[in-house]
Design a protein around this ligand. Structure first.
Ligand SMILES: Nc1nc2c(ncn2[C@@H]2O[C@H](COP(=O)(O)OP(=O)(O)O)[C@@H](O)[C@H]2O)c(=O)[nH]1
Ligand SMILES: [Mg+2]
Length: 300
């Protein structure tokens, strides 16, 4: 799936009917908040009750964070001897959304492979924090004390996607303050979809608070099922996924039909202001449609 080969997509088509049972948990937060440490502990917690767990850690492709990725891999190796856990690190490959383009399909594969829980750790920089909410059944946002992670200054849009707030590194001073800030903020906002996001504390390094976190995740799951929230979200997620694939496939089809140099000559036209970019694109699409028409008489 990650290398984008057609065989991957063929396999996915066969696997898809077997998927749909996994509880997909998104874990997001700033770099260094302790996401990997927490994901590892949470996976261990689920393993203890015999569930199969998949982990997708989405790596930033940036060379600057190479060290952190390596650290993750080494730390998570503690889990990799357990055959009830599957861990996959994925690069974002410069994908604008921040999540690796194949992440969605990889969740499906792990789900079909029998993972009852799939944990998705996101890079925690930028758009992916919001995007994760489009892939997961539940999103936990990690905050840490004393990192300038003031709720007030927290990136707009990120607070709104969290179903659970986790104040990690609660062993550090300032946890009370962060908790007060989050609680104050939540008291002002109306509950999203009828759910009141809990605020929990963890020390991921020692495992403190991990069992209650799991408990809260399960409560959300039950709530989601009782109030049809899960179904409603998944409906939105699949709608977005279909539109995304449609966009991608149409784009690739049009690009694939371009004759050699067709784009370059248009670039020159626009560069010289002989033609405007809108007319050029309309023309390219027109050519594509005509080529399609010749190829087959069927209309979709
Ligand atoms: N004191 C303390 N350190 C922690 C805690 N959780 C994680 N860390 C440390 O914070 C650093 C970053 O953790 P990591 O899991 O890689 O963060 P990520 O970038 O969000 O995945 C590591 O050195 C961890 O050992 C915690 O609860 N308390
Ligand atoms: Mg990490």
């Amino acid at each position: 799936m990650e290398s984008g080969e057609a065989t991957g997509i063929e396999l996915l088509k066969h696997l898809f009917p077997r998927s749909g049972g996994a509880y997909v948990i998104g874990v997001t937060g700033s770099p260094g908040a302790g996401k990997s440490t927490l994901v590892e502990k949470l996976a261990g917690e689920y393993r203890r009750s015999g569930l199969r767990v998949g982990i997708i850690a989405v790596d930033p492709t940036s060379p600057f964070s190479g060290g952190a990725i390596l650290g993750d891999r080494i730390r998570m190796q503690a889990l990799s001897t357990d055959d009830g856990i599957y861990i996959r690190s994925m690069a974002t490959r410069g994908h604008l959304g921040g999540l690796a383009p194949a992440a969605h399909d990889v969740v499906t594969i792990l789900d079909a492979a029998g993972c009852q829980v799939v944990l998705v750790e996101t890079v925690g920089v930028g758009q992916d924090e919001v995007e994760i909410a489009r892939h997961a059944d539940v999103t936990a946002l990690l905050l840490v004390p004393g990192m300038g992670d003031d709720v007030q200054t927290f990136k707009a849009g990120v607070m709104e996607i969290a179903d659970l707030y986790v104040i990690n590194k609660a062993d550090r001073p300032g946890a009370d303050r962060v908790e007060q800030e989050v609680t104050a903020m939540l008291s002002m906002a109306p509950p999203r979809d009828g759910w009141h996001p809990p605020v929990l504390r963890t020390v991921a390094t020692t495992g403190e608070g991990i069992a209650p976190l799991r408990e809260a995740l399960e409560q959300f799951r039950v709530f989601g099922e009782q109030h049809a929230l899960r179904l409603e979200r998944q409906r939105e997620q699949w709608r977005a996924r279909l539109l995304e694939l449609l966009r991608q496939n149409l784009f690739e089809s049009v690009i694939g039909e371009l004759r050699d140099g067709a784009l370059e000559s248009r670039v020159e036209d626009v560069l010289a202001h002989r033609r405007d970019p809108h007319s050029v694109v309309e023309e390219l699409i027109g050519e594509f449609r005509r080529a399609q028409g010749k190829g087959s008489e069927r209309t979709p």
